[in-house]
Design a protein around this ligand. Structure first.
Ligand SMILES: [Zn+2]
Ligand SMILES: [Zn+2]
Length: 183
C-alpha cells in the first residue's frame, strides 16, 4: 500500500493496530446518539431522494453478486414473504383484468369474482395464447394489460364458459335448442 505521506502512513498503521477499540468507540457513540443520527439520516434521505436512489443503483450495479446474496439471505430469513407478495399481485392483476372487461359474466351477469374468467370472444383462446407464447392465467392477464386491454375478450363465469366450450352455446341464450334434452 502506498501513502501520500509518512504521517498518513503512521496514522493508518496506528488505526489498524487499534481498529477494535475505534470500532467500539464508534458503536458507543452511535448507540448514545442513535435517535439524533437516525433522524438526521432520515431527513437527508427525504431531501436527497434522487441522489440516494442513484447511489443505491450504482452500488447495486457494482456489487451485483453481493447485493443479490443479501436479498436471497433476507428471503431465507423471511420465508413465504415472496410467495405471499406474488399471490397478492396475481390476485390484483386478476381483479384489474376482470374489471377492465366489465366485472360480470357477459352471458348471465354473475358478479362473484371467484366464478369469473376471461374468454376469447370467437372461441379461439388457446390457439391465440399459443401464438403469443404465453400460457393461461397470470401471464395471459399480463399480456392483456400490456396491450391496453385489447378488444375481442369478455368476462364469462365458469358455467357459461364451460357450456360454450363443450356445446358451442350457453343454455342461457338457447332455451329453445331442441336437442338440449338429449344432452
Ligand atoms: Zn355466466
Ligand atoms: Zn350463460
Amino acid at each position: 500500500m502506498t501513502y501520500p505521506s509518512e504521517t498518513r502512513k503512521r496514522k493508518h498503521e496506528y488505526y489498524l493496530a487499534h481498529k477494535k477499540r475505534y470500532k467500539q468507540q464508534g458503536r458507543k457513540r452511535y448507540l448514545k446518539n442513535r435517535e439524533a443520527i437516525l433522524a438526521q439520516s432520515k431527513e437527508y434521505a427525504e431531501t436527497h431522494k434522487d441522489e440516494c436512489l442513484a447511489r443505491k443503483r450504482r452500488y447495486y450495479k457494482k456489487n451485483k453478486e453481493k447485493a443479490r446474496g443479501w436479498v436471497r439471505a433476507w428471503h431465507k430469513r423471511h420465508p413465504g414473504v415472496e410467495q405471499k407478495r406474488r399471490k397478492r399481485r396475481a390476485a390484483e392483476l386478476r381483479k384489474e383484468t376482470i374489471a377492465a372487461y366489465g366485472n360480470k359474466c357477459a352471458c348471465c351477469g354473475e358478479v362473484s369474482i371467484e366464478f369469473l374468467s376471461i374468454d376469447h370472444i370467437n372461441g379461439k383462446g388457446s390457439i391465440h395464447r399459443k401464438k403469443i407464447g404465453r400460457k393461461g392465467g397470470h401471464n395471459f392477464y399480463r399480456w392483456l394489460r400490456m396491450n391496453d386491454w385489447p378488444k375481442g375478450y369478455q368476462v364469462l363465469c365458469f358455467n357459461c364458459n364451460c357450456a360454450m366450450g363443450f356445446f358451442g352455446y350457453c343454455p342461457h341464450n338457447h332455451r329453445s335448442v331442441p336437442d338440449r334434452v338429449s344432452i
